[in-house]
Design a protein around this ligand. Structure first.
Ligand code: FE2
Length: 307
């Protein structure tokens, strides 16, 4: 079975970006895959127009169904009540302090707005959620599991959360709600299958993030309960974690060779995507640039192995 993994499409950022996404999705479908997994930031700021635009690309390529497509939200999809006022994270930093108090307060995170945005995400992609396995009947939208062929399941997580603005530029920090995930991972329907987890946020330590990307990253992209999340995934024999958020394609391992992680965020800047080939006893990964197979993305750093 072949799964294509892409992330951080940011549809609606510019006309050029939209054309790149159209070409990327078309080339993936032509490549001959069995499933497409997208780990968040499908839109630039979660507007109705952007949702309809990205969905029309999936529809044009016959990918808009539960059988073909699995998606989870990123911060750009859910925190649009903040992001739609600003073009980029840099603008937020420059302009936030100039806002009148009333507007500033209206832009603060709150759980009601977050849940409304999550419902909107679900509304647009509901056709792709059919027949999903949930922790219980009353379960929230995420997490859920989806059975694929080759005894494999995709586990979807919403790693975004409505947390304060302090040291959380561009609404980029996250938190995994572990309770329902723990229940789902122990479900008899999926417990003994090969499990691939999809989330938006990095599992790399803050120390490694700063080493790779500079001290500025201490204010960005943190998963607040990274250690607990990592341990839960290790304890449940997760074969592979897919994520995005930081815009590069890179594979790395957590705790030595214990947990394998693949970032597909490079789809943002170039035609990069990750090919995951699953056989009875192996999972192979490879970064594909456009239609030509290459061992690394020229628009980004070469595929790195981080221990
Ligand atoms: Fe992104």
């Amino acid at each position: 079975m072949k799964i294509a993994h892409i992330s951080d499409l940011h549809f609606g950022k510019s006309r050029e970006q939209n054309e790149n996404i159209e070409a990327l999705v078309g080339s993936i479908k032509d490549f001959g895959i069995d499933h497409l997994a997208i780990t968040g930031d499908l839109t630039a700021c979660g507007s109705a127009e952007q949702y309809k635009g990205i969905i029309s690309i999936f529809e044009n390529n016959n990918l808009f169904s539960a059988e073909w497509l699995t998606v989870i939200p990123g911060n750009h999809d859910l925190f649009n009540y903040i992001l739609r006022y600003f073009h980029s994270a840099t603008d937020i930093l420059k302009r936030m302090h100039r806002l009148p108090a009333a507007i500033y307060n209206s832009l603060k995170f709150n759980i009601e707005k977050y849940q409304k945005e999550l419902q909107q995400f679900y509304f647009y992609f509901q056709e792709t959620f059919f027949n999903s396995i949930k922790p219980d009947q009353q379960a929230e939208l995420f997490p859920f599991a989806k059975e694929l062929i080759e005894n494999t399941v995709l586990i979807t997580i919403d790693s975004n959360t409505a947390i304060g603005l302090k040291k959380n530029n561009a609404a980029s920090n996250g938190r995994v709600h572990l309770g329902s995930l723990e229940v789902l991972l122990q479900d008899a329907r999926i417990r003994d299958k090969k499990k691939i987890v999809m989330m938006h946020h990095y599992l790399q330590s803050e120390k490694n993030m700063i080493k790779d990307h500079g001290r500025g990253y201490s204010r960005f992209m943190k998963l607040e309960n990274r250690k607990e999340t990592t341990q839960l995934l290790i304890d449940n024999d997760i074969s592979l974690v897919l994520h995005g958020h930081h815009h590069e394609n890179v594979e790395y391992w957590i705790n030595g060779d214990t947990l394998r992680v693949l970032n597909g965020g490079g789809s943002y800047c170039g035609p990069c995507w990750n090919l995951i080939e699953i056989t009875a006893d192996d999972i192979k990964t490879e970064v594909i640039n456009g239609i030509q197979k290459q061992s690394f993305c020229p628009d980004h750093k070469k595929l790195r192995k981080i221990k």
